[in-house]
Design a binder for this molecule. Structure first.
Ligand SMILES: [Fe+2]
Ligand SMILES: [Fe+2]
Length: 459
């Protein structure tokens, strides 16, 4: 079965390359051109389509059909190289074909534009508009932010927020391939500097709770999984699942999500449907593959506890899967440390960690809780502390590996009388200043917005 699929993916890729090379040389009736058009039309109509469309993408030297990486073999190596080169030359990240909207004529016009195109990616989009190519969408390759690790992490963080928002809103410019690429970048950056990326999870409610929460959950889940030595393949599935784990919430009316008071029983029932709604949405959009089969349980089971608690209720008969157990912990931690309209006083990070430990074994997987607590460190980011200078500060980065656990990086936010200061970054591993007390209040309870602190922090 897999061989058959691989064969058909390669048929499609070879036809794509033939058209790219032959369409400006041979007339439309030439067997090389018309044969390749037939193969692609067939692939779009159903031969390869998954979910709503057929997507061909190139990312970091690999090619993907419908987000499944095309395996490189001795026989197809040369074709894959040519495809990667062609996409790179055009600055192209992916091409999406919508069945029912693509005509044979339109497809021929599209390849003529592609074959003759030189210049900017925007120019390519304009040409496609001018020529009225319908049902085909092209997207540029994902731009990886440059700069030092802290700048890169911040840029990636905000780029990802925009991507999640677009994806949840159903925008065509956001795709599974991009979400997977972002999951892989997040894992890469975490591997290089866990403390930098985890530090950014103090950013909450930026623009919208749900998008920001999904991103934080992905970072915390990936950080935990990296500590467990998870394989790269599983990391991408975990990160992708975490980035979209609450996508079912787009189906819940805003007045329920943002209700300031306690939910009625009926409203609560609607909220509890979001894992199932999320799974249904992703099934429609991504279809079934070996990879989505790994990811889907993570979305469906992320509110299930170890002791057959949580929801969906019909899933309570068995313990949740491994990826879902990881997301469950990250999800709980981020949700309870974020203020909401109905709860202006969230848990402080220390309280959240204590709750996880108190419920280790019944609600949460005990081994994962242990690894999570270790990852968050002695003073989890967002903790409000008193310094030996008398000043007040918020922890913004846990210490890196070689530094003692009680010497995090903090943002000094108020003087010894509690008068607010412009946040100033202070690395306690480099200064003769110590933490002498920990507040049991969350930053919001003392009038501090961690998002603003992070964004305005001066070195
Ligand atoms: Fe959820
Ligand atoms: Fe969640």
């Amino acid at each position: 079965m897999r061989d058959q699929v691989r064969f058909r993916e390669m048929d499609f890729i070879v036809a794509f390359l033939r058209l790219l090379r032959g369409v400006t040389v041979y007339p439309k009736s030439h067997p090389l051109v018309s044969g390749a058009l037939d193969v692609i039309m067939e692939a779009i109509r159903g031969g390869l389509k998954a979910g709503d469309s057929l997507i061909l993408a190139v990312n970091r030297g690999y090619s993907f059909v419908n987000a499944n990486r095309v395996e490189v073999t001795a026989e197809n190596y040369a074709f894959i190289r040519l495809l990667v080169q062609a996409f790179d030359d055009l600055g192209l990240g992916e091409v999406e074909f919508l069945p029912g909207s693509v005509t044979r004529d339109g497809l021929h016009r599209f390849f003529r534009i592609l074959a003759m195109h030189r210049g900017s990616f925007d120019g390519l989009l304009s040409r496609m508009d001018e020529e009225g190519v319908g049902g085909i969408f092209v997207r540029p390759c994902l731009q990886v932010p440059g700069g030092n690790i802290r700048d890169r992490a911040k840029k990636l963080y905000f780029q990802t927020l925009i991507l999640i928002k677009r994806y949840f809103e159903g925008e065509k410019s956001a795709s599974l391939v991009k979400i997977k690429a972002v999951a892989a970048y997040l894992a890469d950056l975490l591997r290089r500097s866990e403390e930098t990326l985890i530090g950014l999870t103090v950013i909450k409610n930026y623009d919208d709770y749900t998008y920001n929460h999904c991103l934080n959950v992905a970072i915390l889940s990936l950080g935990l999984a990296l500590r467990l030595g998870m394989s790269k393949k599983l990391l991408v599935s975990l990160g992708t699942g975490a980035l979209v784990h609450d996508i079912g919430k787009v189906r819940i009316p805003a007045e329920i999500i943002n209700k300031p008071g306690i939910l009625t029983e009926d409203e609560w029932k609607v909220v509890k449907r979001h894992p199932v709604e999320g799974l249904a949405f992703l099934l429609r959009r991504w279809g079934i593959s070996r990879e989505t089969a790994r990811m889907f349980p993570a979305v469906l089971e992320h509110h299930l506890g170890m002791s057959f608690s949580g929801y969906p209720e019909f899933m309570r008969r068995k313990a949740p899967g491994f990826l879902a157990r990881i997301i469950h912990i990250a999800d709980f931690y981020d949700a309870v440390t974020t203020p909401r309209v109905y709860n202006k006083s969230p848990f402080s990070p220390v309280e959240a960690v204590e709750f996880l430990m108190d419920h280790s074994g019944d609600r949460f997987d005990p081994v994962l809780v242990k690894a999570f607590v270790q990852m968050m460190g002695f003073y989890p980011v967002g903790t409000v502390v008193r310094l030996s200078t008398g000043e007040w500060a918020m922890v913004v980065e846990k210490p890196s590996e070689a530094v003692p656990l009680d010497r995090p990086v903090v943002a000094v936010v108020a003087d010894d009388r509690g008068v607010p200061l412009r946040p100033r970054r202070l690395d306690l591993s480099e200064e003769p200043v110590e933490v002498v007390g920990v507040s049991d209040q969350s930053p919001w309870e003392i009038g501090l917005d961690p998002t603003q602190v992070t964004l305005t922090l001066s070195e």
